[in-house]
Design a protein around this ligand. Structure first.
Ligand code: NDP
Length: 265
């Protein structure tokens, strides 16, 4: 078998941990693969770039997940439902698209027990797939977003939605930051007075941002709440992508054993 080539497409992409995660796993499992980063500026060129580079598979990050969806010949049913693809694999000249963010997120929050109601702070692309999978699993999901525009789609799909202006606080078991607030600045995902209403009664607080303690998680900790950042979500979405890349040659646990090492470096 010839060496198979993989990449992450995004803009920006230089910060991505994915090459490390996948290359450590290829090496550990003895799979002849190589994974790199590709700065893709124009999302419309995703398919041509993939084919020109002779790739076997890619992951897609911000802001190209919708372009990735449109580039696929065949879509996994869940990716079709949420309209976002973060993993593509080439098989017999056709591009197959998957969404591994959402199952990764679901597994990452599974450690929190007796959770029924979940408040999402944010309504972007990541909220779209992760809220859908939680709803399918029977959780009650409520969305609170800074502005109205992105909430429309959620409302059409039967979610309870609020902006900061019309928010009526209830008790939520889990409060999750799915905004990019705190990623590159010190901002909170919602006004402090709202967070002071929803955090104290929550069982736990989660952030999808990884690699730093965000102001949101700091605030949650000041209320002695159990917290979790986005590292496990990143790990689990990567393991599921790796399963697709390697045609399910390895078990989840075998891949996890190696991929986890990327987080200790
Ligand atoms: P989008 O650009 O699609 O959406 C951004 C969301 O954040 C919008 O709801 C936006 O609100 C809100 N927002 C941005 N800045 C602020 C602010 N200062 N205050 C309040 N709300 C704000 O981003 P994604 O959904 O793709 O990504 C969201 C986060 O998820 C990112 O931080 C990303 O790094 C992280 N992520 C983590 C993953 C992991 O594996 N751990 C995987 C994928 C994403 P508005 O509509 O008003 O603009």
């Amino acid at each position: 078998m010839n060496r198979e080539l993989f990449a992450i497409f995004g803009n920006p992409v230089s910060h991505s941990k994915s090459p490390l995660m996948h290359n450590i796993s290829f090496q550990g499992l003895g799979f002849d693969g190589c994974y790199t980063k590709y700065l893709l500026q124009d999302g419309k060129k995703l398919k041509k770039t993939f084919l020109d580079l002779g790739l076997k598979g890619i992951n897609i990050t911000v802001p190209h997940k919708e372009h990735a969806y449109n580039a696929c010949d065949i879509l996994d049913p869940f990716a079709r439902k949420v309209g976002a693809v973060n993993t593509i694999v080439e098989k017999d000249g056709k591009l197959y698209g998957y969404n591994t963010d959402a199952p990764g997120f679901l597994k990452a929050i599974s450690e929190f027990k007796d959770i029924n109601t979940v408040l999402f702070l944010g309504a972007g692309g990541t909220a779209q797939s992760t809220s859908k999978i939680l709803k399918d699993e029977g959780y009650e999901v409520i969305l609170l977003n800074r502005s109205k525009g992105r909430l429309e789609k959620f409302k059409e799909n039967g979610f309870e939605t609020y902006t900061f202006e019309n928010f009526i606080s209830k008790k939520y078991d889990l409060v999750i930051n799915v905004t990019s607030a705190g990623l590159e600045d010190d901002s909170l995902p919602a006004p402090l007075e709202i967070l002071k209403q929803v955090i104290p009664t929550a069982k736990a607080c989660v952030d999808v941002i990884y690699g730093k303690e965000t102001p949101f998680l700091k605030l949650a900790k000041s209320y002695a709440k159990p917290t979790k950042d986005g590292s496990d979500m990143l790990l689990y979405q990567g393991i599921t992508a790796f399963e697709h890349f390697t045609a399910h040659l390895y078990t989840f646990e075998e891949i996890e054993h190696y991929m986890k090492k990327a987080f200790a470096l």
